[in-house]
Design a protein around this ligand. Structure first.
Ligand SMILES: [Zn+2]
Ligand SMILES: [Zn+2]
Length: 276
């Protein structure tokens, strides 16, 4: 499918993410063969604990399987991003000394100092190291989250108080889609692919629902791609309005290809509050 965007993205940028998503998909299918999901009432857990499900329930991750997928990902990165091949090779050599029990935990906790010191110790590119561990974990998260997808999306917007936090894996989100069928708005987690409902005319960062202080940024000719901006907290979040195009989008890719909306919002002084 040929998607047009109002700005030219760097050559190969979108294809790289599309291929990465397909690769992760294949990994998820492989992992599924040896996986039996547990019967968990996720809605009850998030209601009772007010925490994301993975903060309450342990999903077992075999360190040797994680390591295998990690090495596969490095191979994928080496092939699809030849310009980083040398850096990846250094990571691969150093990975003999990595603790694969600890790596996924540290990425979930967002423990950047851990990765900074690991990168320093082995003289690795820190961003690439974090990216590689983060994206190795995602097929696992998607596998674990998949059985509860409908439960989350149908729980209603009252079921979860933290619009920008994934109720399954606790990753931060700043992207939503408005569903064509009924106009309901769903936040999307690009880590585990969970979707959860949020109020339509409401700032996901501060809860402001005053229509006079919430507006949209769009680019002419692309009205379905929007950034909600909030005058109260100066926050923004991106959204795709499926009603305008009557299509179902791939939210993972749409989030990436609308980087121009991030730039527009940030230029005007709005923030995704990602560091908060
Ligand atoms: Zn998630
Ligand atoms: Zn706000």
């Amino acid at each position: 499918m040929n998607t047009k965007t109002p700005v030219d993205l760097p050559e190969g940028y979108l294809d790289f993410y599309k291929n990465l998503e397909s690769w992760q998909n294949q990994q998820q299918i492989k992992l599924k063969q040896a996986y039996t999901p547990a019967a968990i009432d996720v809605v009850k857990i998030m209601d009772q604990t007010k925490r994301s499900v993975m903060q309450s329930i342990d999903f077992e991750l075999d360190a040797s399987v994680f390591r295998e997928v990690y090495l596969e990902l490095l191979k994928f990165l080496q092939e699809s991003r030849p310009e980083t091949a040398d850096q990846i090779e250094k990571i691969r050599s150093a990975s003999i000394q990595f603790d694969f029990e600890v790596l996924p935990v540290k990425i979930m906790e967002g423990d950047r100092p851990y990765f900074a010191s690991l990168a320093q110790k082995h003289e690795l590119a820190e961003e690439l190291l974090v990216f590689s561990v983060d994206h190795t974990l995602r097929p696992f998260l998607r596998l674990w989250a998949a059985p509860y997808r409908t439960a989350f999306s149908e729980a209603g917007f009252d079921a979860w108080d933290f619009a920008t936090v994934c109720p399954f894996c606790a990753a931060k989100s700043n992207f939503s889609r408005v569903r064509a069928a009924d106009g309901r708005r769903f936040m999307f987690c690009d880590h585990c692919f969970t979707e959860w409902e949020t109020r339509n005319l409401c700032c996901v960062h501060c809860g402001n629902s005053n229509p006079h202080s919430i507006s949209f940024l769009t680019v002419e000719g692309f009205p379905a791609y929007q950034a909600y901006i909030c005058a109260e907290c100066k926050g923004y979040s991106k959204s795709f309005d499926e009603r305008q195009r009557a299509i179902r989008i791939d939210p993972f890719i749409t989030n990436i290809e609308t980087i121009y909306l991030d730039l527009m919002a940030q230029e005007q002084g709005y923030t995704s509050h990602e560091e908060a």
